[in-house]
Design a protein. Structure first.
Length: 393
């Protein structure tokens, strides 16, 4: 055992130095054990191997956080168990029936040389992408996906609200998508792979019976004019199709634009703002924001609904798009737009008014931080890596 631990420590040191083969050797050493443990939770060796694969990528992303390199095996197996347990919870939610009483197959095959090389390259790409995230987003990703903590546990660890955790995870996933899209190709998932992993490069589209085709979008920027008087500025919220080229510009007010900018820049304000409070009230009442939808365009006015799941069932609440999207970012809920709107020429007839507008998210967030500095002496704002403003209590 001692020789094995010492060997793990040497391999961890080599992997941290950039040796891809060293990490592949570490995973190979502990692969069978990790798969066997995951199979006990998931009940199927196929899904157990998928869990171990995700755990391996997660382990490399956070390898520099391993405090005891000699205990890599236990650490890797623990990550695999966390992944398996999270998937099992998802499976129970999506498919109430039992996974079955299939006996796990501990003698799962180990990854071959080609698989190890592919794994090492994949993990290196993911790790580099995660490293580029804003500090708050990166911490949330590592705690939630690496350590397997719940939203509430991550909130306690980072001393922020559960809504802020969901918002950071949502923003991080949106930020990671462009960098990781090239990794999305691969074999189609088997029927046992019930965990929602998107492998296709095609835009994500959903439909409802007899209704529109919904395209998932994310807020990619806030564009603002340069008028010295904030009240005279034009603000445009840019929604971009996930994994697709289409965009949807929507004019928003200065207050809503500022709040969106704070979310995009991962700024933590000293006290909860309106949307955080709204999300908190929903959670306290046993409800949650399931999704928001940009539903239609009448004249030059866009309309939206917030879909809420609660004790009384599912309800749709009419809302302005800016309010709905702000709430979605705080709650970590998906944002959908009627696919027809993304192709509607009416949405772009004022294109000359927004295409030349500069990106305003960073400037709007910085102005908000400056106002906090002037009017809330107890708050201590600072600018983190990458120029992103953060506010601490």
């Amino acid at each position: 055992m001692g020789d094995s631990s010492a060997g793990d420590a040497r391999l961890v040191e080599a992997a941290l130095g950039g040796d891809k083969d060293a990490f592949a050797a570490l995973v190979t050493r502990h692969w069978a054990t990790a798969v066997a443990l995951a199979a006990r939770v998931l009940g199927t060796p196929d899904l157990a191997r998928d869990a171990a694969q995700e755990a391996a990528v997660t382990a490399l992303v956070g390898l520099d956080r391993l405090r005891a390199p000699a205990r890599f095996g236990a650490w890797f197996c623990g990550i695999t168990l966390n992944v398996a347990r999270r998937w099992a919870r998802q499976l129970r939610t999506e498919r109430p029936a039992s996974l079955g009483d299939q006996a796990p197959d501990p003698a799962s095959h180990e990854p071959g040389p080609d698989e190890r090389a592919e794994l090492a390259e994949l993990a290196a790409t993911v790790r580099a992408a995660v490293a580029q995230l804003a500090d708050g987003q990166r911490d949330a990703i590592l705690l939630f996906y690496l350590q397997g903590l719940t939203h509430r546990e991550v909130a306690a660890e980072l001393a922020i609200s559960v809504g802020a955790v969901k918002a950071r995870l949502h923003q991080a996933r949106a930020a990671l998508t462009p960098a990781l899209v090239p990794l999305a190709s691969g074999p189609a998932p088997t029927s046992s792979q019930a965990v929602p992993v998107t492998r296709s490069k095609e835009p994500v589209m959903t439909t409802t019976a007899g209704g529109p085709a919904w395209a998932e979008v994310s807020v990619t920027d806030i564009r603002s004019s340069d008028d010295s008087n904030p009240l005279n500025r034009t603000h445009v919220m840019m929604l971009t199709e996930r994994d697709g080229p289409r965009r949807l510009p929507i004019w928003v007010g200065p207050v809503e634009a500022t709040v969106l900018a704070l979310s995009l820049q991962a700024v933590e304000m000293p006290r909860p703002m309106t949307y955080q409070m709204t999300a908190g009230l929903l959670e306290a009442s046993g409800s949650r924001v399931s999704e928001v939808r940009i539903t239609r365009l009448a004249g030059e006015i866009f309309y939206a609904v917030v879909v809420v799941d609660g004790p009384a069932g599912r309800r749709e609440v009419d809302a302005r798009p800016s309010d709905a999207v702000n709430l979605a970012l705080v709650a970590g809920a998906p944002i959908l737009a009627d696919g027809a709107l993304l192709d509607d020429a009416r949405a772009f007839r004022r294109a000359e008014e927004w295409q030349d507008l500069p990106s305003g998210a960073a400037a709007l967030a910085a102005e908000a931080v400056e106002r906090v500095r002037r009017f809330a002496p107890a708050a201590s704002p600072h600018v983190g890596p990458g120029g992103q403003a953060q506010v601490e209590e």
